[in-house]
Design a protein around this ligand. Structure first.
Ligand code: TYM
Length: 343
């Protein structure tokens, strides 16, 4: 049997700014896979998960503004709307439809184990929205709808992807009649940058929901802000060791070295060979300069692109049109498999 052509699918919530964790954990792989796919055949679909944003309190005007801004940021990072299908979920109703169709298959117990729900609902579980609980079913629909073979994400999304596989497998078993209605997707998680941590707390991931802006590097930060954030990043008083094993128990130091390694495409041991014995007084300016050199051009492109709202809307409209076409056969197959009559 011929292998299935690669179908790369991934999404990002358009809440807040694109930060270094998103970039190193996911977006950089989106761009790499897009370049790869162009020479090997297949498709890349990247979307703004605006429907997911409803799971948390939000301000409608901010959601639409952020959806356009995040579109501009993704293009500035190298997502090319001519080679990848770039769209927002709200323009492809098949995502929400398939979520409902999968809701009969997903189990309460499976969703109850999702650590992101536990983290985000915290002590207020009774007051959390239903959307926050069923969110991973929408995420499963996002990828199963397109027969995704590969899903580039950071480490924090691994559990959601495993759930998508479980849902796909059970649906195929229960309703497929010997045919696989859905493809089981493989997560693509980068080594080294799978989990970029907060600059203020080495035990918390870098996140757009952290109230302190000093905890993250935004891809929209200017050079001075980047330097300032790196200089103020929490560290310890010890010099850097000669190899990564020496960073055990030093999460903040390990995080900064991991960021340096990921930005230069090298390993942590390579970085430490250069900086062994040096303190953060030497390492931080070097890291800051590296980040400025790489991120400032992205920021410049972003500032230009975000101004043309009509162009961004046209890109999303065109992408959604293509996505709707690709989604249609799988959605129809799911309806039919469930015995739903559609005329
Ligand atoms: P989101 O919007 O929180 O993050 C987008 C991508 O960035 C990665 N990421 C990180 N990687 C490394 N270190 C970090 N500190 C870090 N923070 C974020 C995330 O792993 C993700 O890949 N539920 C998803 C969005 C989504 C999705 C999907 C993803 C909706 N449907 C279908 C893949 C497939 C989310 O909230 O990601």
């Amino acid at each position: 049997m011929r292998p299935k052509p690669m179908r790369v699918v991934s999404g990002i919530q358009p809440t807040g700014n694109l930060h270094l964790g998103n970039y190193l954990g996911a977006i950089r792989n989106w761009v790499r896979m897009q370049d790869d796919i162009a020479s090997h055949g297949g498709d890349c679909l990247f979307f703004l998960a605006d429907m997911h944003a409803l799971s948390q309190p939000h301000i409608p005007a901010e959601l639409s503004a952020n959806t356009r801004e995040m579109t501009a940021a993704l293009i500035a990072c190298g997502v090319d709307p001519d080679r990848s299908i770039l769209f927002n979920q709200a323009q492809v109703p098949a995502h929400a439809e398939l979520q409902w169709l999968l809701s009969g298959t997903a189990r309460m117990g499976w969703l109850g184990r999702m650590t992101q729900f536990k983290d985000k609902s915290g002590k207020n579980r009774e007051g959390a929205s239903i959307a926050l609980f069923t969110y991973p079913v929408l995420q499963a629909a996002d990828v199963l709808l397109y027969q995704a073979t590969h899903v580039p994400v950071g480490e924090d999304q691994k559990q959601h992807l495993e759930l998508a596989r479980d849902i796909a497998q059970k649906f195929n078993n229960d309703f497929g009649n010997g045919i696989d209605i859905f493809t089981l997707p493989d997560p693509i998680i980068p080594t080294g940058a799978a989990r970029i941590m907060s600059l203020r707390d080495g035990s918390a991931k870098m996140s757009k929901s952290d109230p302190s802006d000093m905890s993250r590097i935004n891809l929209t930060d200017d050079a001075d802000t980047i330097m300032q954030k790196v200089k103020k990043a929490r560290t310890d008083a010890e010099p850097l060791p000669g190899e990564a094993a020496g960073l055990t128990g030093r999460p903040e130091a390990a995080n900064l070295v991991a960021i340096y390694a990921a930005m230069t495409g090298t390993g942590m041991d390579d970085v430490l060979r250069t900086f062994a014995g040096k303190g953060f007084g030497a390492f931080k300016p070097a890291l800051g300069e590296l980040l400025v050199e790489r991120l400032v051009p992205i920021n410049a492109r972003f500032v230009e692109l975000r101004q043309d709202r009509a162009a961004l809307d046209a890109i999303l409209r065109k992408g959604a049109e293509k996505a709707r076409t690709l989604a249609a056969p799988t959605l129809a197959a799911a309806y039919a498999a469930l015995g739903l009559v559609r005329g």
